[in-house]
Design a protein around this ligand. Structure first.
Ligand code: SF4
Length: 217
């Protein structure tokens, strides 16, 4: 898939998604507090959207800052974020992250990708998404949906999300960087699903080589 066809495919995906409910992180991102967005990114890993949103809302009714989160006991924090996936590990990770924010950034979320990537437990996906949603920065957030669909479209030929991000940073026109994740997450949740994509209902099927797809509906 070249950039001309990609542009047409993205326009179709955007039109298809229309007024559908955006992915959880986009909704959480409508709140402009960078700390809340960063915490939401951590909670969202391998967790359903509605569970992430509810946990984030519960937690932020109780705390507002890294200092506030550190005042919670581990049990209290686990209880607030339950039932997000791996809630015990995520509670530990949030404590470490908040200690790091207090020690090195005076409780503030840093604004650059390089600094975000130095934070305890923050990987490329979280750093890029926080950069985009909290600071309107130029990030390329590659999660499982973006990695899968970009490969199915033949836009990239990569084995890992990290490789996909590197290729997208070279190839994807910058005007799409901030929205690429939102569109492909929404599309991946509804049509281009992981195991058996709904190709018969797909708005971009004419342009899609379905690379690596063995089973579809
Ligand atoms: S045709 Fe199938 S594999 Fe290709 S984008 Fe559509 S749903 Fe995904």
């Amino acid at each position: 898939m070249n950039n001309r066809i990609l542009a047409s495919s993205l326009a179709r995906v955007e039109k298809f998604l229309g007024d559908r409910t955006p992915p959880a992180m986009v909704k959480i991102g409508q709140n402009t507090d960078p700390f809340r967005i960063l915490v939401g990114c951590v909670l969202s890993a391998r967790t359903r959207d509605e569970v992430t949103e509810a946990a984030c809302a519960r937690l932020f009714r109780r705390i507002k800052t890294p200092r506030g989160l550190l005042k919670l006991t581990s049990r209290q924090l686990e209880k607030e974020i339950y039932p997000v996936a791996f809630y015990r590990n995520k509670a530990k990770a949030l404590k470490l992250l908040c200690s790091d924010l207090m020690e090195r950034f005076d409780g503030r979320v840093p604004e650059t990708l390089e600094e975000l990537l130095t934070l305890q437990g923050v990987g490329r996906k979280t750093a890029n998404l926080t950069l985009i949603l909290a600071f309107n920065g130029m990030g390329v957030c590659v999660d499982t949906h973006v990695h899968r669909i970009a490969n199915r479209w033949g836009y990239v030929e990569t084995a890992t999300p990290e490789e996909t991000e590197a290729v997208l940073r070279k190839k994807l026109p910058k005007k799409y960087w901030q929205k690429f994740n939102e569109w492909l997450v929404g599309f991946g949740q509804t049509i281009c699903k992981p195991l058996s994509p709904l190709c018969s209902q797909c708005p971009v099927d004419k342009h899609c080589p379905r690379t690596g797809v063995n089973k579809y509906r």
